[in-house]
Write a protein that binds this ligand. Structure first.
Ligand code: ZN
Length: 288
């Protein structure tokens, strides 16, 4: 006789599919149908547990399809004083709206970092067209101009905050940062004063990472364990250090991801104000 070692998980799946198919020929709310639905629920919970316990290794993470991640700085109209070199970091309000509308019309759904981590580490599903919309530097215009448009199109943002200017002119206040977190936007870390991590001295790890993260946690009441590199600058030797200090992921710009620490060198693209909504969608497909 042909012997197979019984896998209880597979057996339940077989049982459920059998009752599922037999139900196709009976009708709607028969007792079998109800039992099948209940069992499907149990299976789904089981599957979740299985997925949650198997963490992908580095190669598996690198092999997963990258999700487009956008990086914004200022959402405001150009000023006469804006230098040409600053323009890539400024997106006029009407252009930002066109970009958000194009994402929405193309079927994109926004995700926050926990979704991305669950996808990369545990193969949890994401929406078919997922995008992460990130904002750096604590700029007030992200809140006053950007947030109403995120709301309008049903998107959640990820805000990487530098903590030293909180409450100062042209930067977000504690109350605004708390409001973002309360509304389901992600509030994460972008150092204390925007120091390049490649120039960190020993004491900077505490000032720029540990204490700055604590400052944000005190404001939002939520964990701050994800980090965006100021200027997008990083080097492989800082990645283990970030991990040791409790960071779970880190975000750069266009460099190749680190072969040992892919979760600490996640790629983003800067979206300039010169990009129409349609071009942005094309750019995302090309870059990720
Ligand atoms: Zn920055």
């Amino acid at each position: 006789m042909f012997m197979v070692r019984a896998n209880p998980f597979k057996l339940i799946l077989v049982a459920v599919s059998c009752s599922f198919f037999s139900c196709q020929y009976s009708n709607a709310n028969t007792p079998e149908n109800v039992v099948a639905a209940e069992r499907m629920e149990i299976i789904e919970k089981l599957t979740d547990t299985v997925k949650k316990t198997v963490r992908n290794n580095v190669q598996e993470i690198l092999a997963k399809k990258e999700i487009p991640i956008l990086c914004y700085h200022h959402i405001r109209d150009y000023l006469p004083s804006d230098q040409a070199s600053a323009k890539p970091y400024i997106v006029p309000v009407n252009v930002f709206e066109q970009q958000m509308k194009a994402l929405k019309d193309s079927g994109y759904q926004s995700i926050v970092i926990e979704d991305l981590m669950n996808y990369l580490e545990f193969n949890q599903p994401l929406p078919e067209k997922a995008v992460m919309i990130t904002f750096d530097d604590t700029n007030l215009n992200q809140y006053t101009n950007g947030l109403p448009l995120l709301d309008k199109y049903g998107f959640k943002g990820v805000f990487f905050m530098m903590t030293v200017p909180i409450g100062k002119e042209r930067f977000m206040s504690k109350a605004q940062i708390k409001a973002l977190a309360d509304a389901g936007h992600d509030v994460q870390l972008h150092t204390w004063d925007h120091k390049n991590v490649k120039k960190f001295e020993e004491k900077d790890w505490d000032i720029q990472i540990t204490r700055a993260a604590k400052t944000l946690e005190n404001i939002t009441g939520k964990p701050v364990v994800h980090f965006a590199f100021p200027f997008g600058l990083w080097s492989p030797d800082v990645l283990p250090k970030l991990e040791k200090l409790g960071m779970k992921s880190a975000y750069q710009l266009a460099d190749k991801r680190d072969s040992q620490y892919p979760l600490y060198s996640i790629r983003r693209i800067i979206v300039p104000g010169t990009l129409s909504g349609k071009t942005l969608v094309g750019q995302m497909k090309k870059s990720f």
